[in-house]
Ligand binder design. Structure first.
Ligand code: PMV
Length: 353
């Protein structure tokens, strides 16, 4: 008997222009466009196996070996339903194909990094889920089409369907049909770019991005300013900087946007704190490192950014990686281990997964 099964993996992506705020919470439509770099690290991937079988009695999903409930109308159910819908269309066009859309699926997903610690686990998770179902169903869908479905699992997941430099266009249509990810440049465009992940803590985050965003949208006047006055210009400028491989501009905008995202979190009422004292100390070290570099060479050497957690991601040209690791290890001596409270995942290229 035929076995219908597919395994794929997806990497995490780390935004340099942050998505924070939904204009539609069900469809997951953002209040601003965002832009990220997809990491190409073996350390930070979700691997997902999907299987369809006529003997299955319901859709089921395991995350890191533990079964998760697929709530009706929830995000997992939505992604699975949308993918089955695409398969159904495919079967209608190709009547000789087996009717997999009518079978239940079993899905097993594993992250090789801490889940929900501000390391974009849901981005890799939903991207891997959607791409494994696309492989199982042999769908001819483009990455942008699949990104529209992954978006409904976790907004940032839509960007993990591409490698390299990826924009999520917010779109304006109420049905979300124009809110998807597009490639700005492949990883090979700027192979010199590296990302260092400094794991300050792998505890689960205190405020989930979903509840945090909602509170910010409801209470932060700074968010309204950011959406209207700041992000559109930054999206254009950083896209241009990426295409021109202009690291100074890329770094400056990346750090400014991380700062503003955390300012918006602080402007939320009650406030949200994702960075901690170690995160702030890393900002100080990188700021000083850049000040000295700028004085000597006229150029910046590194850009920090922080998501909804205390862990730092440092983007830097390859030539500086060793120096930055030495610097971090000097100021944070625990950093040369993978253990708490401060592990360093090391440095690798960013890009296509
Ligand atoms: O996709 P979510 O709900 O996990 O939100 C991600 C939000 C940030 O990571 C903080 C920013 C981003 O654009 O990835």
């Amino acid at each position: 008997m035929a076995v219908y099964q597919a395994t794929t993996s997806a990497p995490v992506n780390i935004a340099v222009i942050k998505y924070w705020g939904k204009r539609d919470t069900k469809l997951i439509l953002p209040t601003n466009s965002s832009l990220s770099v997809t990491l190409d690290q073996d350390h930070l991937r979700s691997t997902t196996t999907s299987r369809a079988d006529p003997s299955f009695e319901k859709d089921r999903l395991w995350l890191n070996g533990e079964e998760e409930e697929i709530k009706e109308g929830g995000r997992l159910a939505t992604c699975i339903k949308e993918m089955k819908g695409l398969r159904r269309e495919f079967e209608e066009k190709n009547p000789s194909e087996p009717k997999l859309s009518s079978y239940f699926v079993h899905i097993s997903s594993r992250n090789n990094f801490p889940t929900a610690a501000g390391l974009a686990s849901s981005a890799a998770g939903f991207a891997a889920l959607v791409s494994s179902l696309a492989a199982l169903y042999k769908l001819p869908a483009s990455a942008s089409e699949l990104s529209r479905i992954a978006r409904q699992g976790s907004g940032s997941a839509c960007r993990s369907l591409f490698g390299g430099y990826v924009a999520w266009e917010q779109g304006s249509k109420p049905d979300g049909s124009d809110s998807f990810a597009v490639e700005i440049a492949p990883q090979s465009h700027w192979p010199d770019m590296h990302a260092l992940i400094c794991v300050v803590s792998d505890d689960k985050k205190g405020t989930s991005s979903t509840s945090g965003m909602q509170r910010t949208v409801e209470t932060s006047p700074l968010l309204q300013h950011r959406i209207k006055e700041v992000v559109p210009a930054r999206m254009a400028a950083i896209s241009k900087a990426i295409l021109a491989k202009d690291f100074d501009t890329f770094a400056e905008i990346t750090m400014q946007d991380s700062n503003q995202f955390h300012a918006v979190a602080l402007d939320t009422y009650p406030p949200i704190f994702y960075m901690n004292d170690v995160s702030r100390a890393i900002v100080a070290v990188i700021t000083e490192y850049n000040r000295i570099a700028k004085e000597k060479t006229g150029h910046l050497k590194a850009a920090y950014t922080y998501d909804a957690g205390p862990n730092a991601v440092i983007y830097t040209p390859k030539e500086n990686v060793k120096e930055i690791i030495e610097l971090i290890v000097k100021y944070f001596p625990q950093a040369n281990t993978f253990s708490d409270p401060f592990g360093l995942f090391g440095a690798q290229g960013v890009g296509a997964g």
